[in-house]
Design a protein around this ligand. Structure first.
Ligand SMILES: CC(C)(COP(=O)(O)OP(=O)(O)OC[C@H]1O[C@@H](n2cnc3c(N)ncnc32)[C@H](O)[C@@H]1OP(=O)(O)O)[C@@H](O)C(=O)NCCC(=O)NCCS
Length: 196
């Protein structure tokens, strides 16, 4: 019998957090926190409506997000990443479907261009190239030929020049007072056993 996979792509939800983190650990390992793209994502929220997961029978098997950035002064763009597919689900077109969903939704929401740092042999099939990113810089170290761009609107990256910066909304910080109160409450409920 042939097993037919029926992965679905939907908007990411808060409850997807832990499964998505595990998937990213599996796909990228601990190095994922050292990537220069991460400098533009940390402490920020992803762009509105532009975080997707792929699921199979409710299990998270793919993820992609887009982030608000400036491509040099005064030029809005999106940064794509991370993109990951569970190793058991690769080479079946799921990565491509996640990319198409992300690109189509970004276009529909009126964004002009998408940037990413990644392998041109993979992202080239979706129209990404380094043709218009030569005068753009990411914070941190990366290979220049891996900084790729895709125009969703003709001319959106014309003359793009300068540092790429994070412009997304800041992620809410946990309320320290509430955390301390919760920790004290737990300590009172279950005091540390003391030696007699
Ligand atoms: C990259 C990734 C998301 C692709 O997911 P996927 O579901 O396998 O994607 P698709 O099925 O649409 O495409 C698979 C094809 O892309 C190719 N491919 C995958 N990664 C590639 C890469 N870095 N460079 C060139 N080609 C690549 C595969 O060999 C495969 O080729 P085939 O169709 O000739 O067999 C997945 O391999 C992954 O999660 N990798 C680990 C994380 C990662 O490296 N992400 C960023 C890539 S720069």
């Amino acid at each position: 019998m042939i097993a037919i996979r029926q992965e679905k792509i939907r908007q990411e939800r808060l409850a997807d957090h832990d499964a998505r983190e595990l998937l990213l650990d599996r796909a990228y390992g601990p190095d994922r926190f050292t990537k220069c793209s991460q400098r533009l994502r940390e402490d920020r929220l992803p762009a509105a409506g532009l975080s997707f997961v792929a699921t199979d029978k409710g299990r998270i098997v793919g993820t992609v997000r887009l982030w608000n950035v400036s491509a040099g002064p005064g030029r809005a763009a999106l940064l794509l990443g991370p993109l990951a597919v569970d190793p058991e689900y690769r080479s079946g077109g799921l990565g491509g479907r996640l990319m198409q969903q992300a690109i189509a939704t970004a276009r529909m929401r009126g964004h002009g261009a998408i940037l990413l740092v990644g392998d041109a042999p993979y992202y080239g099939r979706f129209g990404f190239s380094a043709d218009q990113t030569g005068m753009l810089w990411m914070p941190g170290s990366y290979r220049k030929d891996r900084l790729l761009g895709l125009e969703l609107r003709a001319g959106a990256l014309d003359g793009a020049r300068g540092m790429i910066g994070a412009t997304g909304r800041l992620a809410p910080k946990p309320d320290l007072g509430a955390l301390v109160a919760a920790a004290s409450h737990r300590a009172v409920k279950s005091p540390t056993p003391r030696a007699a």
